[in-house]
Design a protein around this ligand. Structure first.
Ligand code: NAP
Ligand code: F7E
Length: 393
C-alpha cells in the first residue's frame, strides 16, 4: 500500500527483491563514531543522494535524532532497483521519498517549497571520478550546477533553511600543501573536481550574498560496506572475497601508488550534521590525518582472506603474487586516469577544535569491516546458489 506524505507524494511500499535480501548486511546501521551524540527532534531535513552510501548513513542518523527526513530521488521506471541501501527505512513513518532530479530546478523548488525543511543536505552527485572525463557536461550539470539549483530553491522558498554541500578533497587535486587544510588553494585534476570547486564557491557566495547558513564539508575519501563497487576500496574487498571462493583468480587494477586519506563513512555523516548545528556557518576539512597507498590497501585486504602478497614490477607492469606464487593482482592501463591525484592527506584539526569531531574508525578496522562484509555477501550467494556481485569495469 502506498503511504501519503505531507508533500502529497506517495512513498512506495518496502522493496522486496533478491538484491535487497542478499544485501541485508549492508543495510544494518553501522555507527562507530566516538563523538558524543546530541539528541534533538522536531526538525525536518531534506537529503539529496539519499540512495547513496552517505545518504543512507545520514538518513539513519537523522531519524535516530528524531528528524522528519525527506529524501530526493530520481524517478526510475522500476522503483525496485537501485535503492537497496534504504530499503530498511521505507517503513519508518518519518522517512519520505520525494521525486526530484538535481538537473531539474522545478523538482527541487517543489520539494523545498512543500517540505519546508530546516536543514538541507546536498549529497547527490555524479561521484565517480573516471566517469567525469567520459561525461564532463553531465558532471558539471549535476555535481556543479546541482548545488546552485538547491541553493536557489532554498533562497526562494525556505530562506532560513540551513544548507550543507558535500565538498571533496578532489578540489585540492595537485596538492599545494601537505597536509591539506581549509586554507589550501584548490587545483582540481578532473571534471569532477572542477564541478566540486564550483559547488564550493557558489555555496560560499550564497552565504556571503544572501546571509544564508550555507557551508561545505571538504570530505576526504570515506568508505564502508555500502561503498559503490566501482570505487577502489570496495572493488578490492569484493574481488578479494570472490578470489577466496574461486570466483576470480586475480584483481585487475590501475595506479597502486596513489595515496588516499581513507575514513569510515559512518563517522563522516556525524560531522555533516554537526556543521549545521553551529552558531555560524563555516567550511571544514573532514579527514583522518593518515594516508595509505592503494598498494597498501590491497595488501591489507588480501591478508584478511589469507593471502600474503609480494609485489614486483612498476607502473603498468606491476603485479602481486601470493604465497603459492599465483599472480593475484595485475595492472591494466585502462584503469589509469588522464590526470591523477597522487597524494591526499587532510588535517582535521579545525573540525576537532570547533566541532569536537574525531574519526572513530581506523584504516585497519575499516578494511577489516569491508572484507568481512564482502566475504559474508559472497558466502550468502554461494549458499543461495546465485552469482555474487562483480565490480564493474
Ligand atoms: P554515491 O554513493 O555515489 O551517491 C550519489 C548519490 O547521488 C546517489 O544517491 C545518486 O542517486 C544521487 N544522484 C546522482 N545523480 C543525481 C541526480 N541527477 N539527481 C538526484 N540525485 C542524483 O556517493 P557518496 O559516496 O554517498 O557521496 C555523497 C556525496 O559526497 C557526493 O556528492 C560525493 O561527490 C561526495 N563525496 C564523497 C566522498 C566519498 O569518499 N564517498 C568524498 C568526498 C565527497 P541514484 O541512486 O539515483 O544514482
Ligand atoms: O580511486 C586509484 C585511482 O575511485 C582512488 C570519490 O568518492 O573520493 C572518491 O574519488 C584511487 C585513485 O576514489 C583503481 O587512480 C587504482 O587514485 O576509489 P577511487 P577517488 O577517485 O579518490 C573523492 C574524495 C570523491 O569526492 C569522489 O566522489 O585509486 N585506483 N586502480 C583505482 N580506482 C578505481 N576506482 N579503480 C581501479 O581499478
Amino acid at each position: 500500500m502506498l503511504r501519503s506524505t505531507p508533500t502529497g507524494i506517495q512513498s512506495p511500499p518496502p522493496l522486496v527483491n533478491p538484491i535487497a535480501i542478499t544485501m541485508e548486511s549492508l543495510t544494518r546501521p553501522v555507527q562507530k563514531g566516538k563523538c558524543p551524540r546530541y539528541t534533538m527532534s522536531g526538525k525536518t531535513a531534506m537529503v539529496t543522494g539519499i540512495t547513496g552510501q552517505d545518504g543512507s548513513y545520514l538518513a539513519e542518523l537523522l531519524l535516530e535524532k528524531g528528524y522528519e527526513v525527506y529524501g530526493l530521488v530520481r524517478r526510475v521506471s522500476q522503483p525496485t532497483s537501485g535503492r537497496s541501501l534504504i530499503n530498511h527505512l521505507l517503513t519508518n513513518e518519518k522517512f519520505h521519498l520525494v521525486n526530484g532530479d538535481l538537473a531539474d530546478q522545478n523538482s527541487i523548488d517543489n520539494a523545498v517549497s512543500q517540505a519546508q525543511p530546516d536543514e538541507f543536505y546536498n549529497l547527490g552527485a555524479m561521484s565517480f571520478v573516471p566517469e567525469s572525463w567520459r561525461s564532463p557536461m553531465m558532471t558539471a550539470d549535476i555535481t556543479g550546477l546541482g548545488a546552485l539549483r538547491c541553493l536557489e530553491a532554498i533562497r526562494k522558498h525556505a530562506p532560513t533553511c540551513r544548507f550543507y554541500q558535500a565538498g571533496s578533497s578532489e578540489q585540492y587535486g595537485k596538492v599545494r600543501d601537505v597536509p591539506q587544510t581549509e586554507a589550501t588553494p584548490f587545483h582540481p585534476r578532473s571534471p569532477y573536481g572542477c564541478a566540486k570547486v564550483f559547488a564550493f564557491e557558489i555555496t560560499r557566495n550564497y552565504r556571503e550574498s544572501y546571509d544564508m547558513f550555507a557551508c561545505t564539508g571538504i570530505l576526504f575519501n570515506h568508505e564502508s560496506p555500502r561503498r559503490g563497487l566501482e570505487f577502489v576500496t570496495r572493488k578490492v574487498t569484493m574481488t578479494a572475497a570472490r578470489i577466496a571462493r574461486n570466483f576470480d583468480e586475480c584483481l585487475w587494477i590501475g595506479n597502486v601508488d596513489a595515496k588516499r586519506d581513507w575514513g569510515f563513512a559512518g563517522d563522516y555523516v556525524e560531522m555533516q550534521w554537526r556543521m549545521l548545528q553551529q552558531d555560524t556557518p563555516g567550511d571544514y576539512v573532514v579527514a583522518t590525518g593518515r594516508t595509505h597507498s592503494v598498494r597498501d590497501m590491497i595488501t591489507l585486504a588480501f591478508s584478511h582472506v589469507g593471502m600474503d602478497l609480494v609485489w614486483s614490477g612498476e607502473g603498468v607492469d606491476t603485479i602481486a603474487t601470493d604465497q603459492n606464487d599465483v599472480i593475484r593482482v595485475r595492472t591494466n592501463p585502462k584503469f589509469f586516469r588522464p590526470a591523477e591525484v597522487d597524494l591526499l592527506i587532510g588535517d582535521p584539526a579545525l573540525a576537532e577544535k570547533e566541532l569536537g569531531w574525531v574519526p572513530g574508525t581506523s584504516f585497519e578496522e575499516l578494511v577489516q569491516m569491508m572484507v568481512d562484509s564482502d566475504v559474508a555477501i559472497v558466502e550468502e550467494a554461494v549458499k543461495g546458489g546465485y552469482a555474487p556481485p562483480i565490480p564493474p569495469e
